[in-house]
Design a protein around this ligand. Structure first.
Ligand code: NAP
Ligand code: GDD
Length: 346
């Protein structure tokens, strides 16, 4: 019999990649979806159509703030592994909605840890910790022992959940792990994160249906990997013989300008002719520099990133050029209004 996993945030980028990965490993996957006024399962629609009938992939309404539904789900599904991926995951939005970001980021994992503590079964728990917790003030390589210095409500709530996960592991002998993941992207990345904002706009610029792209701080540096590689690392943490904290990263860092330069040069374009900056996208407090040291995961989990930075940029650009072609058809037929510089972009 295959194992059973419960994934919160299954409709997100990582939820989609992890569900695919676990189903390939013969897991039955249950995912939580929060109610919204329109259905937003586009990242997992292929899984729904392939596996819903056989019961290998099942969705349940829940919310990080609804401890009762989380508890009931854990008791009824009886999972072997829980991956807590759900969060208000946008750093800039966390400055605008600090209470909601903190309530969900703190209470969600805590409710699940409490449910696991009283569960009769030994349930493993994965918490999606983040490199944002380090604060990135110095140009150093960061590992599991580096100190935290959160710079946003998002990062502070991730530190709380990280500490709680460790505290439950140490106090109650539970299998609780923290995956401290550096930025990871893909064609399924949310469109308001900088990489996807760039590749989405670039596709339209190449086709001549968008003129300008407005961004914020172009000098920040990030350690960007491919999400598909990182979900394998999450799973490996959960199979290791002891629960622990683990960094996943690529060991390379690049500025937003580097990303722009590689992306635009794929189409022989000079990014400086198309990109403008606006104060509106600058954050109240910036994480300037993130570079991860994944040697512990490499040594003990035999994990390493497989996708280079250049390949990641290319993969995202190619996928978004295809999407832009669809935009163009709809635009030519007057079926959509261009809202490329969306007011909710952040
Ligand atoms: P994402 O695409 O933004 O997905 C977040 C998921 O959380 C979505 O399914 C979202 O549902 C769900 N969610 C948001 N608020 C919720 C609530 N109140 N109750 C229940 N579900 C809620 O994020 P991601 O990139 O896949 O990242 C996954 C996790 O890893 C997040 O916790 C993130 O903070 C963390 N992380 C990400 C990175 C990265 O670079 N991607 C790095 C380190 C850590 P909707 O679809 O309805 O919005
Ligand atoms: N989103 C966004 N939009 N970021 C911009 C823009 C813009 O228009 N212009 C410049 N940036 C800069 C931000 O200021 C930041 O320095 C960098 O681009 C990356 O921003 P995001 O792509 O929004 O990601 P993030 O690094 O803040 O957060 C992501 O990675 C974390 C891991 O380090 C998110 O996925 C978090 O959930 C995750 O924990």
């Amino acid at each position: 019999m295959g194992k059973v996993a419960l994934i919160t945030g299954v409709t997100g980028q990582d939820g989609s990649y992890l569900s695919n990965f676990l189903i390939d490993k013969e897991y039955t996957v249950h995912g939580t979806v929060r109610r919204s006024s329109s259905i937003n399962t586009y990242r997992i629609d292929d899984l729904i159509s392939k596996y819903q009938e056989s019961g290998k992939f099942k969705l349940h309404y829940s919310d990080l703030l609804d401890s009762s539904s989380l508890n009931t789900l854990i008791q009824s599904i009886n999972p072997d592994e829980i991956y807590n991926l759900a969060a208000q995951s946008h750093v800039m939005v966390s400055f605008k909605n600090p209470v909601y970001t903190t309530q969900t980021g703190n209470m969600g994992p805590l409710s699940m840890l409490e449910a696991i503590r009283y569960s009769e079964k030994d349930v493993k728990f994965y918490q999606a910790s983040s490199s944002e917790m380090f604060g990135g003030s110095e140009k150093v390589s960061l590992n599991e022992k580096s100190p935290f210095d959160p710079k946003s409500p998002y990062a502070a709530s991730k530190v709380f959940a990280h500490n709680m996960t460790k505290m439950y592991r140490d106090s109650y002998d539970l299998f609780c792990v923290n995956g401290i993941l550096f930025n990871h992207e893909s064609p399924l990345r949310g469109q308001t994160f900088v990489t996807r904002k760039i590749t989405r706009a670039l596709g339209r610029i190449v086709l001549g249906i968008q003129e300008k792209l407005t961004l914020g701080n172009l000098d920040a540096s990030r350690d960007w990997g491919f999400a598909g590689d990182y979900v394998e690392g999450m799973w490996k943490m959960m199979q290791y013989n002891t629960p622990d904290d683990w960094v996943l990263a690529t060991g390379e860092t690049h500025t937003i300008k580097d990303f722009l330069s590689i992306a635009f040069s794929l189409y022989d374009l000079d990014w400086e002719k198309y990109v403008i900056t606006s104060e509106k996208y600058f954050r109240p407090n910036e994480v300037d520099y993130l570079l991860g040291d994944y040697s512990k995961a490499s040594e003990l989990l035999d994990w390493k990133p497989k996708t280079s930075f250049e390949d990641l940029v290319k993969l995202m650009c190619e996928s978004d050029l295809e999407l832009a072609k669809k935009d163009k058809v709809l635009l030519d037929e007057n079926l959509i209004t261009p809202t490329w510089e969306h007011p909710l972009s952040s």
